[in-house]
Design a protein around this ligand. Structure first.
Ligand SMILES: *[C@@H]1O[C@H](CO)[C@@H](O)[C@H](O)[C@H]1NC(C)=O
Ligand SMILES: *[C@@H]1O[C@H](CO)[C@@H](O)[C@H](O)[C@H]1NC(C)=O
Ligand SMILES: *[C@@H]1O[C@H](CO)[C@@H](O)[C@H](O)[C@H]1NC(C)=O
Ligand SMILES: *[C@@H]1O[C@H](CO)[C@@H](O)[C@H](O)[C@H]1NC(C)=O
Ligand SMILES: *[C@@H]1O[C@H](CO)[C@@H](O)[C@H](O)[C@H]1NC(C)=O
Ligand SMILES: *[C@@H]1O[C@H](CO)[C@@H](O)[C@H](O)[C@H]1NC(C)=O
Ligand SMILES: *[C@@H]1O[C@H](CO)[C@@H](O)[C@H](O)[C@H]1NC(C)=O
Length: 388
């Protein structure tokens, strides 16, 4: 209830806030397209649109000159430096609905969008996002694997090295997807736990993410740098939604897998009993926050500073990682925004930013193959609403 009221208030204020913002964008950016701005500001752009880069002049924030980065976002945490040998698998839930991947000119439901030289149908867009997610992971962490949890009924047309599709029974319909996602994570951890106790001693860590993220650094680092956690989640300084469910890392030891599974079961229980009305979008995040904040010894003030910390919740050692680095996304609307940290490792193309994810990959792949320059593009365009 509180949320929908909050949203209504936000929507009411949004136009008032956005007008000056867009004006300053047009003043500041020489490449800005005045034609776009003259129309209405609710417009979703069908091409790259750049605003100013925030955080200029601040220490430890990416400095950009045009689309050229003045700092290198560094790779000091790379597994090549530390000789990590751990295996890491990315795990994502992906469902494709009953829509043709192929466009028919006479089919109104297949409204096409074009990025670069490629046109996509609605389903084609989702597949493109998934493929770009895979591209980024394979550039940043070439020794990792990707596991896609999916509806057994859907046949995903994915044929990539080191990528496997794992069917898990469930209800993957649009309205139930966030609920199903936690259930699929739990089912997955269950099978891994059984396998683990059967076979061996080597560890395979898991990183559960949304598929609309770009991994731009080696995440193996966290398992070494923070040797004790069972699972890791990302937090931000947001009173109502301090935790984002788009990134969950699980240490691949029997203990880690078991504790993470139990923790997620707790979240699922809270989700099912308290937040089913929000099941379409935010239920899992609200349930995650509830489980953490209702733990007696937990102090929510920890969320106000963007520094990693460890806390035990229901027997699991949970590592809290700042979204600013591990789940970077610019705030919507007029929220404060202080640029991009130089050590950013994961960029999240939430909501209507997904076109930018494809544009970013094209930028990276076509010219510089330089993440720093690409991140200038993301920084300048991250608040634009796109047509994806
Ligand atoms: C980033 O680049 C700017 C401009 O060259 C420079 O002044 C700043 O010291 C650099 N920051 C870091 C942390 O290297
Ligand atoms: C990593 O391995 C390389 C080659 O095997 C070696 O030269 C280097 O010293 C190692 N680095 C560390 C931090 O152990
Ligand atoms: C689109 O096609 C043109 C002409 O073939 C080519 O020069 C350009 O690089 C392509 N752009 C992208 C983003 O692939
Ligand atoms: C990725 O795929 C290539 C080619 O099939 C294979 O040689 C390599 O071992 C795979 N890497 C991992 C981490 O599975
Ligand atoms: C796993 O490996 C550790 C050391 O690497 C060893 O102490 C332990 O006994 C092993 N456990 C099993 C079940 O093999
Ligand atoms: C990684 O996986 C391979 C193949 O499954 C295994 O042989 C190796 O021991 C694993 N590495 C570690 C550190 O567990
Ligand atoms: C990157 O660009 C090259 C052409 O410059 C193209 O052949 C290749 O398929 C692209 N890679 C991906 C993963 O899109």
């Amino acid at each position: 209830m509180g949320i929908s009221r909050g949203w209504r208030r936000l929507l009411f204020f949004l136009p008032l806030i956005l007008i000056p913002l867009l004006l300053s964008v047009s003043e500041l950016h020489q490449n800005s397209n005045l034609k776009d701005l003259g129309k209405n500001h609710h417009k979703k752009f069908d091409h790259l649109f750049l605003g100013p880069a925030t955080g200029q002049g601040l220490p430890n924030r990416l400095q950009c000159q045009g689309l050229k980065a003045l700092n290198k976002t560094h790779f000091t945490t790379s597994s090549l430096t530390f000789n990590f040998t751990d295996n890491i698998s990315f795990v994502t839930v992906f469902a494709i609905y009953n829509i043709s991947l192929f466009a028919h000119a006479d089919d109104k439901s297949s409204a096409m969008v074009t990025v670069g030289n490629t046109s996509y149908t609605k389903a084609g867009r989702s597949m493109a996002i998934l493929n770009v997610f895979i591209n980024f992971v394979q550039v940043s962490m070439p020794r990792s694997n990707i596991i896609i949890l999916s509806d057994p009924a859907s046949e995903l047309p994915i044929h990539r090295n080191n990528v496997s599709v794992l069917p898990i029974e469930g209800d993957y319909s649009r309205g139930r997807l966030m609920l199903q996602r936690i259930k699929s994570y739990i089912a997955f951890l269950e099978t891994r736990y059984k396998e683990h106790s059967k076979t061996n001693n080597h560890s395979n860590h898991y990183i559960f993410t949304d598929s609309d993220v770009a991994v731009v650094d080696d995440l193996g680092y966290i398992f070494h740098h923070y040797p004790n956690f069972h699972l890791a989640v990302t937090f931000r300084n947001n009173k109502d939604q301090p935790l984002n469910s788009g990134f969950i890392a699980v240490r691949g030891t029997p203990d880690g897998i078991l504790k993470a599974k139990r923790f997620l079961q707790e979240v699922l229980e809270v989700y099912s009993s308290k937040y089913m009305k929000a099941s379409r979008m935010l239920g899992d995040q609200l349930a995650l926050a509830w489980v953490v904040k209702s733990h007696p010894s937990f102090d929510a003030k920890r969320f106000t500073r963007p520094e990693a910390f460890l806390h035990e919740i229901h027997g699991a050692l949970v590592l809290f990682l700042p979204c600013a680095v591990y789940n970077w996304t610019p705030p919507e609307g007029a929220g404060q925004f202080h640029g991009m940290p130089l050590d950013v490792k994961v960029v999240h193309f939430k909501g209507s930013r997904k076109r930018l994810m494809l544009e970013s990959w094209n930028n990276f792949n076509s010219s510089s193959s330089d993440f720093s320059d690409m991140l200038c593009l993301v920084l300048k365009s991250g608040r634009t609403k796109y047509d994806f």
